[in-house]
Design a protein around this ligand. Sequence first.
Ligand SMILES: *Cc1c(COP(=O)(O)O)cnc(C)c1O
Length: 349
Amino acid sequence: MFDPNVLLRAHLQKLVPYSSARDDYKGSKGVFLDANENPIGSITKENWNRYPDPYQYDLKAKIAQIKGVKAENIFLGNGSDEPIDLLLRAFCEPIKDNIIINPPTYGMYKVSADINNVEVREALLTAYYDLDLASIEAKIDGNSKLLFICSPNNPTGNDVSLVKIEEVIKSFKGIVIVDEAYVDFTSRESFVHKLDQYPNLLVLQTFSKAWGLASLRLGMAFASKEILAILNRIKAPYNLSGLIQRTVIEALDNVQAKDQMVAQILANREILGKALAENLKIKTICPTDANFFLVKMDNASAVYQALIAKKIITRDRSKVALCEGGIRITVGTEKENEMLIEALKTVLN
Ligand SMILES: *Cc1c(COP(=O)(O)O)cnc(C)c1O
């Protein structure tokens, strides 16, 4: 039996979380003299004078419907960055505990661990950017608390093997985080439907990519009630503004707009992939299940700089292990992709 409370840092076992007076009264009508808010109104056109729902019940109810999961299995944060940081703060004793990551991968896991003074152990992906189970196993010890798997992986773009992910979840004694930031662009099924099967699984998704809401900062973590109860105890009480909650609740009536944008981006991905393949100076176009390509070439950093000079900004990954010669390119609009292809022709020839 997996119990996340056994993994919890000792000093948090007896933490008394912040409580607001509104924990004792659930209604929305009443005379609210408990939170020292301004009772008159706001300086803005709309009124934001009342503190927002700390647990975002209405927003979670809508997300639950759309994702086909229970609201009690959803945690919402200020981007995915917030649950990543909360997981480290909840489960990893600085200096003593460690996390396992699979580079080349998303940079925030290591940055967040570094900020929290938690050791990062790297089990490099294989040459084809899949999980290296032997390497992962060799890195794990009794102090390994979290294991991050990113699929589709950033910056390589591919899904890692589903079977291998499941093997890791089954064998790891800590919490496995499957980061699905790009899940809308892949045909691989989401792990959110496997939460009942795996009590040590936490799935990350975000509104920053497919939904087009990067500026709002809204990330989702899906996990057991027990894991989420821990995150909820240590999060800032009002971690999501009322403005975000209301805006997204309204936008979620419009899921087909997201689906249409995803379809358009996938169509553009296809066209861009073909156009990149026609440029013989590009040596490798990594297979992608996301909304970007990792492409490899000679003198990648110089190419990256030359593109910047043309006001086309990509991501230089050429100094990252296993990404040598690599530039990561987001799929843009049709027009942007054409400009990129033209610029690459000039720069590479
Ligand atoms: C973009 C991205 C995220 C999103 O982070 P937010 O904080 O939600 O904007 C998470 N994980 C990966 C791998 C990403 O590439």
